[in-house]
Write a protein that binds this ligand. Structure first.
Ligand SMILES: [Fe+2]
Length: 456
């Protein structure tokens, strides 16, 4: 019996396997670009339940249609050795097996048990956090991390995780403190950088956000998807500062330019940024077509609603009409038959949002507005972060402005301006809607504010 760096027992006699298991944990928690290191643990000890189960998790993180079948041989190998495994390994196996069976609600029961009995198991916490995130359950996400915090206070990763959980629960000041603490403990913590970036994004602290992230960007070189995602956040600040050329440069150099082009998270970062660029009036050339070339195998996957919505938009926007129509049809069929715990999210939120997004991509503003309006109040159920989901609110706002539904647009814009009062585009849109509503003084005031903010 050997122990990992967290002091947890691993059922193996192979120090090489434990070494690779330790490296895998670091890769996962540090969002590294070499998580496949876990396969050398399987090679070193093919009988290790933990190594095989981690390898299955690695495949499931691919978030594609073949992930579960690629995970299965590793789960099978682990299953055959399960009688020899310790309690933690058994619980962890059950969690990952549940995930492979798309029973994420059951997986979370096991991750919660692991957190109670083995709070030093941060890989389990990380995967539990991922599930809560995808289900839009911010409180669950934060509570899972708080449960293991006392056992891990010396570990910078837990403070970065805490920071993001707090941010998603709108506890912004505490989130920033925790994220900065993690970064002070270890500068190589892209998740902690990211949590602070979310706070600054939510508060509209654009210059601070750019300075914070760009001062840490050198540490993302060995990241996988978090290289792309952290730069995605930098692009959002540039967009709101109306430095559209810099936002496009970040897209080309650091988002799509450095993306793993087959990977879900890289694809959706690119799609979401491209759409935001277009909403700000940027001419994006053939960039939609460049992305959609990688999406033709996504039509029937339905791994996560948040992913599907963005693939679908890219297909429709790039002119892949037949594929978009086929995917929309497939999504609606899947939604009606989805497992009970996720059916409301798919059928009552993702399906109308999907119809609305396709309509928006095709310029049918009335349908877009009606469908998105249905989905918007419950959008959190489809997962993703607040900042990511804000894209859909922006699309809805775009339809209201195009349809000149000025009263509704004003309400949304005023709410946005209250939380982020330094964004010229919001003030400019407000000026237009005030003017169209005959509110001349308010229009002039908002136009002046937009002008002042643009000159900064
Ligand atoms: Fe983010």
């Amino acid at each position: 019996m050997l122990r990992d760096t967290q002091g947890l027992e691993v059922t193996t006699n192979s120090p090489e396997a434990v070494g690779a298991i330790n490296q895998f944990a670091d890769q996962l928690l540090g969002y590294g670009n070499r998580p496949e290191i876990i396969l050398s643990a399987v090679e070193a000890d093919p009988t290790s339940v933990l190594a095989n189960t981690h390898a299955a998790a690695l495949h499931l993180f691919a978030e594609n249609g073949s992930a579960a079948s690629e995970a299965e041989p590793y789960l099978q190998a682990a299953r055959q050795q399960l009688a020899n495994a310790n309690q933690r390994e058994k619980l962890y196996f059950s969690a990952i097996e549940s995930w492979a069976q798309a029973e994420v609600d059951r997986a979370l029961v096991y991750h919660e048990q692991l957190a109670e009995q083995f709070p030093r198991d941060l890989v389990s916490v990380q995967i539990g956090q991922y599930h809560y995130f995808n289900l839009g359950q911010s409180q669950g996400l934060l509570q899972l991390i708080e449960k293991v915090l006392p056992a891990n206070r010396e570990n910078h990763y837990i403070h970065g995780m805490l920071a993001f959980g707090l941010e998603q629960c709108h506890r912004l000041d505490e989130a920033e403190v925790a994220g900065r603490r993690a970064t002070e403990m270890n500068r190589q913590d892209p998740w902690a950088h990211h949590a602070v970036a979310h706070v600054m994004e939510t508060q509209g602290r654009l210059d601070e956000g750019i300075a914070w992230m760009e001062s840490l960007a050198d540490t993302w070189e060995n990241c996988g998807t978090f290289y792309t995602h952290n730069w995605w956040h930098v692009a959002l600040y540039y967009l709101d500062r109306e430095d559209l050329q810099s936002a496009l440069r970040v897209y080309d150099r650091h988002v799509w330019g450095r993306a793993c082009k087959e990977y879900s998270q890289c694809q959706i970062d690119a799609i979401a940024l491209l759409l935001r660029l277009e909403l700000r009036g940027v001419e994006v050339g053939n960039r939609w077509q460049e992305i959609s070339a990688y999406l033709s195998n996504r039509l029937h996957e339905h791994v996560l609603p948040f992913l599907d919505l963005q693939y679908l938009y890219a297909l429709a926007r790039s002119g892949q009409d037949e594929q978009a129509t086929e995917m929309l049809k497939s999504l609606q069929t899947y939604a009606a038959q989805a497992k009970p715990y996720i059916r409301p999210a798919w059928a009552e939120v993702a399906a109308p949002m999907a119809r609305g997004l396709v309509a928006h991509a095709r310029g049918d503003w009335s349908t877009a507005s009606a469908e998105i309006q249905t989905a918007l109040p419950r959008l959190q159920e489809i997962g993703g972060s607040h900042a990511q989901r804000d894209l859909f609110e922006q699309v809805y706002l775009d339809t209201l402005l195009r349809l000149e539904h000025n009263a509704q647009a004003r309400v949304m814009l005023e709410k946005r301006a209250r939380t982020r009062n330094q964004i010229p585009a919001i003030q400019r849109a407000l000026a237009t809607t005030y003017q169209k509503s005959g509110l001349q003084d308010a229009a002039e005031q908002a136009a002046r504010r937009a002008e002042e903010l643009s000159r900064r």
